[in-house]
Write a protein that binds this ligand. Structure first.
Ligand SMILES: [Ca+2]
Ligand SMILES: [Ca+2]
Ligand SMILES: [Ca+2]
Ligand SMILES: [Ca+2]
Length: 450
């Protein structure tokens, strides 16, 4: 019982000193120190010269920022005259990582400088001196890595820091001499339908070492990109509103990165949702939007958009001018009356296609642009032919005749080079915003379908 009791006390004392040491490491960051070592016993026959002040000293320096640690110092042995004889004593020292076996740098009697790159803010360095008699001193600092440090830890998707469009950021990878900062996770949530575009520059010398890994919101890895130019543009298209994308910035060496975040909206204007079936179809001849946007599993795919067209009868003809940026997008017509009816208007990818439709029965039809999830595109469809009501908006850069059996309302901007004809049976109304740019041709007729 007695032995155990003693051992417990001893353990408690050890723990206390260990705790004191930890406490010292944390709170005592000494930038500049000057001190001395004095612990000798010289026997010169009849008498002796001795002093027992301290045989060793430890100091700690904590890096205030990410960067390169620079410590200048010296450890200069002194002499003691004892019984008329000059004795050369010892004093040495240097700095090392906490619990390191060897010093990163040993000081000499003259001032020397040692460095340690890629330290992280909070990293602690031990300065140690020992010997019999002498003086020592040091001055420590960190040359900061460019840019500001990113919020650490960000080693997992759950720890990712979020970025927003129209903002600039900077960060560091691979700093830290105790914990590895091999990568930084970044998160982005799409504010709408569109494309994430990041202009990034960095301090890595070698092309292709710096890599960007891409992950979905559920942690599924979708691929990685080697950053082989500086600056570099990273793009992720086909994001829907609420889609969350995670990027992992990884590099072999310590490095700083800087980036601007942009979010590019659909080419022809905001996508109006929901419009995924006949019951939610948009009732407008102003037809533009996007399909195929979807990245994360939490967001519903937008494969199809439905537009209800004006009523048509046998003998009518509708012409569709289908402009696509991205894609491919397939355009089909469906019937309100016969669910099995499908008329294929064609597939477009970064191009404009034109096709006509002559109904073989009277009725209501839906125009349905379709794209596969993750293969997104923006579309704008100009409808002409014998429809009664036409509402036109946006910009117009093509050569096209637009016909209506009733009226046309337009707020279009006719771009230079365009050649546009409006032809309506009843009236053509040019709404606020309508404009014709120089070198464009615009003609309007009261005539109707022919
Ligand atoms: Ca980092
Ligand atoms: Ca990190
Ligand atoms: Ca859509
Ligand atoms: Ca839709």
């Amino acid at each position: 019982m007695k032995t155990i009791h003693r051992r417990q006390i001893r353990t408690t004392i050890y723990l206390f000193f260990y705790w004191m040491l930890l406490l010292t490491n944390q709170i005592s960051s000494q930038v500049t120190v000057n001190g001395s070592i004095s612990n000798y016993s010289i026997n010169c026959g009849s008498s002796s010269c001795e002093e027992d002040v301290n045989s060793s000293a430890r100091h700690y320096y904590v890096a205030p920022v990410d960067g390169m640690l620079v410590i200048s110092g010296f450890a200069a042995p002194g002499t003691i005259q004892c019984c008329g004889v000059v004795n050369q004593l010892t004093c040495s020292g240097g700095f090392r990582k906490l619990q390191g076996f060897t010093n990163v740098h040993n000081f000499s009697p003259d001032l020397t400088t040692g460095t340690l790159d890629c330290v992280m803010a909070g990293d602690s360095i031990e300065l140690n001196f020992s010997g019999t008699f002498g003086t020592y001193g040091y001055n420590a600092s960190v040359i900061p890595t460019q840019g500001s440090a990113d919020p650490e830890p960000n080693t997992t998707i759950e720890q990712a820091y979020f970025i927003e469009a129209n903002n600039s950021y900077s960060g560091h990878v691979n700093h830290g001499i105790y914990q590895l900062d091999a990568w930084d996770y970044i998160g982005f949530e799409a504010p709408g339908v569109g494309k994430l575009s990041i202009d990034i520059s960095h301090t890595e010398d070698e092309d292709g070492v710096f890599q960007i890994g891409v992950f979905r919101n559920d942690g599924i890895f979708t691929g990685s990109t080697r950053v082989d130019t500086n600056p570099f543009v990273f793009e992720q298209d086909c994001l829907s509103q609420g889609d969350t994308i995670y990027l992992r910035l990884a590099n072999n060496d310590c490095m700083a990165y800087f980036f601007d975040v942009n979010f590019l909206l659909p080419t022809f204007g905001d996508d109006i949702e929901p419009n995924d079936d006949t019951s939610t179809a948009l009732m407008s001849t102003d037809i533009f939007g996007s399909v195929g946007h979807n990245f994360s599993d939490e967001v519903l795919p937008d494969r199809e958009d439905y537009y209800q067209l004006p009523p048509v009868a046998i003998g009518d003809e509708l012409t569709f001018n289908m402009e696509v940026v991205g894609g491919p997008i397939q355009f089909r017509l469906r019937s309100a009356m016969f669910s099995g009816f499908v008329f294929n208007l064609g597939v477009a990818e970064d191009e404009t296609i034109v096709n006509s439709f002559q109904p073989t029965f009277d009725g209501i039809f839906y125009l349905v642009p379709t794209s596969n999830t993750g293969i997104c595109g923006d579309y704008k469809v100009e409808l002409s032919g014998c429809v009664e009501e036409l509402f036109l908006s946006g910009s117009q850069s093509q050569q096209i005749d637009i016909e209506s059996g009733g009226f046309i309302h337009s707020s279009q901007e006719i771009e230079s080079g365009a050649n546009i004809q409006y032809d309506a049976a009843d009236y053509i109304f040019l709404d606020l915003g309508f404009q014709v740019n120089p070198n464009a041709i615009f003609l309007a007729f009261i005539d109707g379908c022919d």
